[in-house]
Design a protein around this ligand. Structure first.
Ligand SMILES: Cc1cc2nc3c(=O)[nH]c(=O)nc-3n(C[C@H](O)[C@H](O)[C@H](O)COP(=O)(O)OP(=O)(O)OC[C@H]3O[C@@H](n4cnc5c(N)ncnc54)[C@H](O)[C@@H]3O)c2cc1C
Ligand code: SF4
Ligand code: SF4
Length: 317
């Protein structure tokens, strides 16, 4: 990318400055954010909140391939951010940006088309992906750091150095909060086992109870509640949280909509319906015992269980 540009800033620095309550950067009237991840979305939405007239995102792939969450792009567009999909910046001349249109080839890679257009902007904010700084781990025996800085781990989240575990953005994975939190939980279980000289064996996952195993008549219709969200005008005006957390009432209501697919929720249907008293209640939270000596294998319990938690297996003699 050749340039003789106005202002070029780095997205992470801009966002950090805002978070730290420092003097906001002078962005001018029009801003281009270059990138298609959550950082790019945050930077463009921040520019809007700082009062720029035009906040644009230039991204070389299409919406389908962008690493940002889809809802982030939707919210950015709702707030007036203009996203120029399938474009790369080829040249910058002061405030004039020449961008080339791209197209996605059969392998999913963006390819240049030789068609150009111009955009005007006072500031360019670069949000071209960030890598974790794992340089401090490079010299540790056994630790394998790939070229892009990610650390290799085994299925137990342990690096090649016994007792050193990693997770989140610094290992090969989708870089989101949910994945990082999941890695933390998984690593904690494995660390605990490792310290005891054991290995952690995850319990086998329950079989998936697909829709045809459910008796939906059992459940009430329950409308979805709306997660409290800030209205569009207030959103663009300041830095208040856009999607707020669920209230206690919302959370309890939403939890009641759960169909508990494949997991017994102690509705007592099998207990009440079994013609041979083969089902024994074990008490709250302890579910039921099926006494196979009494069970004649009629299958009524499995048929009537609302959530598909009972499986009928052929008897082996
Ligand atoms: C601008 C931006 C927007 C994002 N938006 C979203 C989003 O909308 N949704 C989403 O799911 N994800 C989003 N992400 C990604 C998400 O933030 C990360 O995937 C997640 O935070 C990774 O968690 P982690 O624990 O691996 O790392 P981090 O959350 O980065 O935590 C690492 C911690 O280690 C500390 N640390 C670093 N080096 C050292 C050291 N040498 N010694 C001691 N401590 C150290 C750091 O200070 C930090 O506190 C976004 C990321 C960015 C940058
Ligand atoms: S196994 Fe099914 S029918 Fe029996 S109590 Fe649990 S949810 Fe109800
Ligand atoms: S299969 Fe029939 S007999 Fe056996 S536990 Fe279920 S309802 Fe009772």
């Amino acid at each position: 990318m050749a340039h003789a540009a106005g202002k070029i800033l780095d997205a992470a620095t801009v966002l950090r400055q805002m978070e730290a309550g420092e003097e906001p950067p002078q962005l001018g009237r029009r801003v281009i954010v270059y990138g298609g991840g959550n950082t790019a979305m945050d930077a463009a939405r921040t520019a809007k909140r700082l009062g720029v007239d035009e906040a644009m995102i230039v991204y070389r792939r299409s919406r389908k391939e962008m690493p940002a969450h889809d809802f982030e792009a939707t919210e950015a567009e709702e707030e007036g951010v203009m996203i120029h999909w399938l474009r790369t910046i080829k040249q910058i001349d002061e405030t004039t940006f020449t961008v080339e249109k791209m197209e996605i080839d059969d392998t999913g890679r963006p390819q240049p088309t030789g068609e150009f257009e111009e955009l005007e902007a006072d500031t360019l904010i670069l949000a071209l992906g960030q890598d974790v700084d794992t340089s401090f781990m490079e010299n540790l025996d056994g630790v394998e750091v790939a070229r892009d800085g990610v650390v290799q781990v085994d299925p137990q989240m342990m690096t090649g150095r016994p007792g050193l575990f990693c997770g989140g953005d610094m290992v090969p994975s989708e870089r989101t909060v949910t994945v990082a939190v999941g890695h933390g939980k998984k690593a904690a279980r494995n660390i605990d086992a490792w310290l005891r000289g054991k290995t952690y064996d995850a319990p086998p996952k329950a079989e998936i109870a697909a829709f045809d195993l459910l008796n939906t008549w059992y459940y009430d219709d329950a409308p979805q509640t709306q997660q409290p969200a800030l209205d569009l005008v207030r959103r663009q005006d300041g830095f208040e949280e856009v999607l707020q957390g669920l209230t206690e009432d919302n959370a309890l209501f939403e939890a009641r909509r759960c169909l508990s697919c494949g997991n017994c929720f102690e509705c007592d249907t099998c207990y009440g319906i079994c013609p041979d008293n083969a089902v024994t209640k074990l008490g709250p939270g302890k579910r039921f015992e099926f006494k196979y000596d009494y069970c004649k294998g009629c299958g009524i319990c499995a048929e009537e269980c609302p959530c598909g938690a009972i499986r009928m297996d052929a008897e082996t003699i």
